[in-house]
Design a protein around this ligand. Structure first.
Ligand code: BDP
Length: 593
């Protein structure tokens, strides 16, 4: 599957707007075939958006189960003899799609795209009804996992990750036309050798017997720099302009399916020529040591939840630029494709993460404590979950493999990793990631409960990624002991001979609260806490990155440890700086690392 685009041979129609929306409180919609006709008893809801924070009643906000969306759209009349598809970029956490009552697709996983072929179901010029049954519940076989528990007042959805279970259709939906003989996949792998660069391509096509593939690489001015033919090959660029962190350069690779001189299909793939390599304890981009400065983030905004919003995205990148960040992690799920495009364009380096978060029954919502379940067992996270997880890794790599910004695949955040069961679960998943993409380092994010010497999964990782909260969850308000513990553990990891990135370190901070001497929750404590972490990072050459937790305050489930959400942001939820943001800016624009 290629993502949608307008090209010389392809056209798309955005389905964003107000859709009909209905919660299926009794779970009867499928049996009653709500997809067969207009959705009765519906209210309006925007697509894309999370529905949760648009409403005022708790029952709707926290609803889990089947959620129905419906709209009508006219298929453009010019699409005769074309292949017509529908692409959904994100329906959280799964969806089934019907067009005029015909089921056309079903997909598991809330943050990755899927496509339905409508060619035999719709006709150009026709008005068609599109119905989605989105389901936002979680189980031990979903990624992320969760469980529906009985309670005297009815079922309750429980999950272990520390962000609100926003749901809905979060990213744009598209109707698309392509030629019947069409390109179906494009992969690029780039290389550098002194002043020269290479772009290796592989193109897959469908219904393309007797057709050839032609590729042309153009620079940012539109001038052709190389061309080739065939379903795969390698282009050389004599004087290459590499894609560099914060100094991006994107070539345009036009891949054409041709019949002699006639262009049957054309797809444009942006290409950043860069290399990524782990060498000893160094992380190299284009052969040069790279130090990650930035954040773990969230797709999380006031009112719209996890909706992809271009305006909010631009604001976030402006702040990343202002503060001197050069990188981010898509904690804890794949972000929208437009976000990834923009990271490419702006030169931000990305650790790209799957939605495998909360696979740890010893911790819930950031808080350690028994949760009453065994993490890995035949009844909980099991082989079937592993299959879903593997499929998610494959789909993530398929979607993001051509983004120069992506330099590491993170296959999970803070899973249980001290047990034999964890080792058995994760071993094959590293193989899946490496088989899907042999060119990028693979890792996972280690939790504090699996310190150096106890973690059984980090042996598989190319890069050690650590979330550490010495001075917050441990040694709270005791930075002297936090310092000793943090230094001791970091020294342990440093002995592994791999690069270390601190992918989380942070302290909840209520914006506007000041205290001297500093105490937890004050802006002053956040600053002191960060100073301490930075001091330790700077002591170790093996530490090649710091991504503070979190870029901004964000919504979580409520609880006695969360005051209107998680408040570890350097920025508030409305994207204004706390004192820590100024501190980070000083460090990161002053040459940290
Ligand atoms: C880590 C998680 C992250 C949480 C954070 C916290 O990776 O999702 O939000 O801690 O507690 O456990 O703030």
């Amino acid at each position: 599957m290629l993502r949608t685009q307008d090209s010389a041979t392809r056209e798309r129609k955005n389905l964003s707007g107000l859709w009909d929306f209905r919660l299926d409180r009794d779970g009867e919609g499928r049996n009653q075939r709500w997809f067969d006709g207009p959705l009765t008893g519906a209210r309006k809801m925007p697509v894309p958006a999370s529905f949760n924070d648009l409403v005022t009643d708790r029952e709707t906000r926290e609803f889990f189960g089947d959620i129905w969306y419906q709209t009508t759209v006219r298929v453009p009349r010019g699409w005769a003899d074309q292949r017509i598809t529908l692409q959904v970029e994100s329906a959280t956490h799964r969806a089934t799609v019907w067009v005029d009552g015909v089921e056309v697709a079903s997909h598991e996983g809330g943050y990755l795209p899927f496509e339905a072929d409508l060619t035999d179901v719709v006709a150009p010029g026709q008005l068609v009804r599109i119905t989605l049954c989105v389901n936002n519940s979680l189980s031990f076989q979903s990624v992320p996992p969760g469980v529906v528990e009985d309670s005297p007042a009815g079922p309750r959805l429980k999950y272990w990750h520390d962000f609100f279970n926003y749901a809905g259709i979060h990213r744009p939906m598209w109707l698309q036309s392509t030629p019947r003989a069409h390109l179906d996949d494009v992969t690029v792998v780039t290389g550098l050798d002194g002043a020269a660069g290479t772009v290796a391509w592989t193109a897959a096509a469908v219904d393309a017997d007797g057709l050839d593939v032609r590729v042309q690489l153009r620079d940012e001015d539109g001038a052709e720099v190389a061309s080739g033919t065939g379903p795969q090959g390698e282009l050389g660029i004599e004087q290459v302009r590499p894609w560099r962190p914060l100094d991006a350069y994107l070539y345009d690779l036009e891949v054409q399916l041709v019949d002699g001189d006639r262009v049957v299909d054309s797809f444009h793939q942006p290409v950043g020529v860069r290399t990524v390599e782990v060498r000893g304890t160094q992380f190299l981009i284009n052969g040069e040591p790279f130090y990650f400065k930035g954040f773990g983030m969230h797709e999380d905004h006031i009112t719209i939840g996890k909706q992809h919003c271009p305006a909010s995205m631009v604001r976030d990148f402006e702040l990343l630029g202002w503060i001197g960040a050069n990188s981010l992690r898509t904690s804890h799920y794949p972000y929208s494709e437009e976000f990834m495009d923009y990271a490419d364009r702006m030169g931000f380096v990305v650790i790209d993460e799957t939605p495998a978060v909360g696979m740890n029954m010893a911790i819930g919502g950031g808080i350690a404590g028994t949760q009453g379940y065994v993490t890995f067992s035949p009844e909980t996270i099991n082989d079937q979950t592993c299959e879903v997880h593997a499929q998610t890794i494959r789909e993530l790599v398929a979607r993001d493999k051509n983004h120069p910004c992506v330099v590491i695949w993170s296959i999970a955040n803070e899973p249980e990793s001290t047990t034999e069961a964890a080792e058995a679960y994760f071993r094959p998943l590293f193989d899946v990631a490496r088989a899907a993409d042999p060119t990028r380092p693979v890792g996972f994010v280690n939790v504090m409960l699996a310190p150096h010497g106890q973690c059984r999964v980090s042996q598989f990782a190319d890069v050690i990624m650590l979330n550490r909260y010495y001075g917050w969850y441990v040694h709270t308000d005791d930075l002297a002991n936090a310092e000793i513990a943090m230094r001791t553990e970091t020294a342990g990891w440093a002995s592994e001979g791999k690069p270390i990135i601190f992918t989380e370190y942070g302290a909840d901070t209520y914006a506007g609260l000041h205290q001297l001497p500093a105490a937890p929750w004050s802006e002053d404590y956040q600053v002191d806490y960060l100073d301490l972490q930075h001091k330790i990072f700077d002591e170790f050459d093996e530490v090649v990155g710091e991504q503070m937790w979190n870029f901004a305050d964000f919504a979580t489930t409520s609880g006695i440890m969360r005051v209107g959400g998680n408040k570890k942001g350097a920025f508030t939820r409305d994207r204004q700086p706390k004192a820590a943001a100024h501190q980070l800016r000083q460090r990161w624009t002053g040459g940290a690392g």
